[in-house]
Write a protein that binds this ligand. Sequence first.
Ligand code: HEM
Length: 129
Amino acid sequence: MVKEYTIAQVKEHNSKKDVWILIGNDIYDVTPFLNEHPGGEEVLLEHAGKNATEAFEDVGHSTDARERMDEFKVGTLVAAERTADIPKKNTTEWSVPAPDATESSLKSWIIPVAIGLVATVAYRLYFMS
Ligand code: HEM
């Protein structure tokens, strides 16, 4: 079972020897990671006992970094304090509007047929009269 803590409990772990941070609804004890963090210990200390979700996402941490986080996870927030609205990974989603199938297929044959008709009429008018 994952342990559950309140935001107030996370706040208590805010000294240099005991650093908990909140990312999303998950709580991490990054004390053993301070020296190792490629982004430096400062940024982690700045967020000791606090919610670091936005800062963490702003950096655009790699999937490798996200996998490493599991090592440090000590628990999650109690259900009552969880946020549903967790910023997603820093990735941009692209979408192309789906073309309207009926419209485009209609256009694709009407134009050539119209050109053909005009050409036929013109040909008849000029050369067959
Ligand atoms: C358990 C939590 C964390 C883990 C496991 C972690 C891991 C890492 C790793 C592996 C990198 C190297 C680059 C990459 O792979 O993306 C990195 C870079 C960095 N991290 Fe973290 N990090 C954590 C929390 C945080 C937090 C809370 C902040 C900010 C408040 C932060 C700020 C940074 C910065 C500024 C860099 C440097 C980015 C660069 O030089 O391009 N990290 N982190």
